[in-house]
Design a protein around this ligand. Structure first.
Ligand code: GLU
Length: 306
């Protein structure tokens, strides 16, 4: 058990579809790390990207969390509710000269260099642009932005070279994920982030925004992503099924095993309370150190009806 009672963790799903085994792993790991350390655990629905969302997915996610026996602190929050704080953050960046308008279209950027993070913005509009429709970008520099990931070790990016100035307000008027997540984690007092490794390369951009806005940087632990037997990530796009609501115990035990824990024989025939009690007591995040993916093929038999 931890020394710290000040831990605040969170699970922040986007309502793009129901919970699948991959997103369950992020929920379980963030929950157990918080509870094992006597901390608080919040659920925030990241409903900031309506074009990608599925109507009703938020209810499906919350319903699944309930069936699986998660107990969150505070009411579930919706990212849309902090729109004013997002606007204030955008205003602060603009007032400090840290952001600028950009009207480059996709076509304008067709020849821009690309790297692992996507287009590397060449800075075309850095001196400003005159247009009614524009995105807002935050200025970056080439100083290395690094952090010590609790599982994956030292990570570092030079943003100006690797992503270029990046978008904080989209041309369609939607606040970009990096800005929203940083502001919301701050508003909710999040101290420790446990999430999927697919988000790890976003972290330096989020730390950069924290610095630009004068916000505290939480600790980060990026857990392995669940993959199919062929190595592709489990996601809605690769046809990952929703976790079944009527087999919470065996699926939860399978999630614990996928997360490198060693559930004892018979735990999967016990009650949900017994599973959580065992898991909170025995949770060891550290066994995932250095792991970037966990294969789930052997565990999917729980998903088909008996
Ligand atoms: N909403 C993001 C997702 O569902 C997660 C954001 C985060 O954990 O920082 O992929």
């Amino acid at each position: 058990m931890s020394e710290s009672g000040d831990y605040v963790g969170r699970f922040a799903p986007s309502p793009t579809g129901p919970l699948h085994f991959g997103s369950l792993l992020a929920a379980v790991a963030s929950y157990l790390e918080a509870r094992h350390r006597n901390g608080r655990w919040l659920v925030r629905i990241e409903d900031m990207d309506p074009p990608r969302e599925q109507p009703g997915a938020d209810r499906l996610i919350v319903n699944a969390l309930e069936h699986y026996g998660f107990e969150w602190d505070d009411d579930i929050s919706y990212q849309g509710a902090s729109a004013d704080a997002h606007r204030e953050a955008l205003d602060r960046l603009a007032e400090s000269g840290l952001s600028y308008h950009c009207n480059c279209s996709r076509k304008d950027l067709a020849d821009a260099p690309r790297g692992p993070l996507g287009i590397i913005y060449p800075g075309t509009c850095r001196a400003g642009c005159d247009a009614d429709e524009y995105a807002v970008r935050v200025r970056t520099t080439d100083e290395p932005i690094g952090f010590e990931d609790r599982l994956q070790g030292r990570q570092e990016q030079r943003l100006e070279t690797e992503s270029g100035d990046f978008v904080v307000l989209r041309r369609d008027g939607l606040v970009a994920y990096h800005l929203a997540v940083v502001v919301d984690d701050h508003l909710q007092g999040i101290t420790d982030i446990v999430r999927g490794i697919d988000l790890m390369d976003s972290t330096p951009r989020q730390i950069w925004l924290q610095r630009c806005l004068g916000l505290h940087t939480p600790t980060y632990a990026h857990i392995p992503v669940a993959v199919h037997a062929d190595g592709s990530k489990l996601s809605k796009l690769t046809g990952a099924p929703a976790i079944p609501l009527d087999r919470a115990v065996p699926v939860l035990v399978a999630a614990l095993a996928a997360l490198g824990q060693s559930p004892p024989d018979g735990l999967d025939t016990g009650s949900l309370d017994e599973v959580w009690k065992w898991a909170i007591e025995h949770w060891q995040l550290g066994v995932l150190r250095g792991k970037t993916s966990v294969e789930t093929v052997a565990r999917t038999h729980h998903f088909s009806s008996p």
